[in-house]
Design a binder for this molecule. Structure first.
Ligand code: HEM
Length: 400
């Protein structure tokens, strides 16, 4: 499309694979200079060991809040972070403290035990949407009818968004995450979603409901202002939705293309390991959030100056031959591996147990209910989502 910038090298894919140029970069120039679409220069780190070293050293490489806002993960207006009298160092320290506090409070909500308590609801959402798929008749769009609604309902249930509000949230978040919607429509949807979330926070302040938000307000409400709580709900709703939806959609397509390995996700003995390999192989997140170097340092042999922005390529790391043998081969028998699809270190994904559980139910129940599931269009006609922070599929017509 005229005037549209090509995605940067780390966000380019061919079907399930990062482009070969990314592998060449990892081999020849593992820490290289790139220009981001919004005009910023950054270092791109592509080797597994280097990515883990950066993500595992938050004293040197801190999340860069100003670049995060540029990629569209916005804080609501008036949040605590917009105090202009603070120096950047003071702001960084305040953000680190708030992050550590929020993470400490939220982590207990995402333990495998707490996640297992949600299993019954997740299974019910999956079955409900399999019924909808059956009623829709084929060909049906698996993304609109299955991959997108399930993670949205799960995250709404977890956070405590009442049933009557969920359709509205789904509508707004779909517009916000749709890369083809125009900026004004997106801004309007964001404004409406934030207004609705503030109202939700106010309602929970009066009468804390079930779910994460209710518990947070009841037990720690006095420690956070409304803007911070609204930002937190927004972060959970956005972070918990898109990447899980991408993994469901892309994962189903991958399993359709590799029928000889499909049984492994439907067997209790092998399912967990198979899902880890699907997570590694697909690596839907192109990068983690941008990091900023807090001091002069080196990555490998490359000198990094204080203030430089560093992007960690997650597909680069997960497809590094120094990490796993024959990394471009999908092998669902590979078993557990220490992939970085959920990040690494103090910002690693705390929704991972919840995401894994959704994938387990979604893949297995879909293929058990529709054993003859097949793609209703040629693979070459599948529309991939290439301009979002996570790789995915826009629509996936299937028959059975
Ligand atoms: C397959 C699905 C998912 C993938 C691939 C994924 C991936 C990631 C990655 C790579 C990060 C690290 C970001 C960084 O270091 O800069 C992250 C962080 C995060 N994820 Fe996920 N995620 C998924 C599902 C979820 C779910 C279901 C939730 C739900 C509640 C969630 C909530 C978060 C939050 C809140 C953070 C920020 C953690 C922090 O800054 O301490 N994610 N995720």
């Amino acid at each position: 499309m005229p005037g549209r910038l090509a995605p940067p090298i780390h966000a380019r894919r061919t079907y399930f694979d990062p482009v070969p140029e990314l592998g060449e970069l990892r081999e020849k120039q593992p820490v290289s200079r790139i220009r981001m679409p919004w005009g910023m220069d950054a270092w791109l780190v592509t080797r597994y060991d280097d990515v883990r070293a950066v993500l595992g050293d938050p004293d040197t490489f801190d999340v860069d809040a100003s670049s995060v806002s540029m990629i569209g993960v916005m804080q609501p207006e008036g949040s605590a972070e917009s105090d202009s009298s603070e120096t950047p160092a003071e702001r960084a320290q305040a953000e680190a403290l708030t992050h550590a506090k929020i993470r400490r409070l939220l982590l207990p909500e995402f333990t495998p035990r707490r996640t297992r308590q949600l299993a019954f609801r997740v299974a019910a959402f999956v079955d409900e949407h399999l019924d909808k798929l059956a009623h829709a008749g084929h060909p049906a769009d698996l993304i609109a009818l299955f991959a997108r609604p399930i993670p949205l309902l799960v995250i709404c249930e977890l956070v405590g968004v009442p049933k009557e509000d969920r359709t509205e949230f789904q509508r707004w978040n779909t517009v916000r995450l749709d890369t083809t919607s125009d900026p004004r429509t997106k801004a309007e949807a964001t404004k409406r979603a934030h207004a609705h979330m503030s109202e939700l926070v106010a309602r929970h302040r009066k009468q804390p409901g079930n779910g994460v938000l209710g518990r947070l307000v009841a037990e720690h409400g006095h420690e956070f202002d409304d803007a911070t709580l609204t930002g937190l709900v927004d972060l959970l709703l956005l972070a918990g939705y898109e990447s899980t939806a991408s993994m469901i959609g892309l994962g189903v397509l991958l399993l359709l293309q590799n029928p000889e390995q499909r049984a492994l996700v439907c067997d209790d003995e092998t399912a967990d390991g198979a899902i880890e390999e699907i997570l590694r192989y697909l690596t839907v997140g192109h990068t983690t959030m941008p990091r900023v170097a807090r001091k002069n340092t080196v990555i490998g042999t490359t000198k990094i100056a204080a203030g430089d922005i560093v992007m960690c390529s997650l597909p680069g790391a997960n497809r590094d031959p120094d990490f796993v043998e024959d990394p471009d081969r999908l092998d669902l028998t590979r078993g557990f591996n220490t992939h970085v699809s959920f990040g690494y270190g103090m910002h690693s994904c705390f929704g991972a147990p919840l995401a894994r559980m959704q994938l387990r139910f979604a893949y297995r129940r879909l293929f058990e209910r529709f054993p003859a599931l097949r793609l209703a269009i040629p693979l070459a006609d599948v529309e991939f989502q290439t301009e979002s922070i996570s790789y995915g599929i826009l629509s996936l017509p299937v028959s059975w």
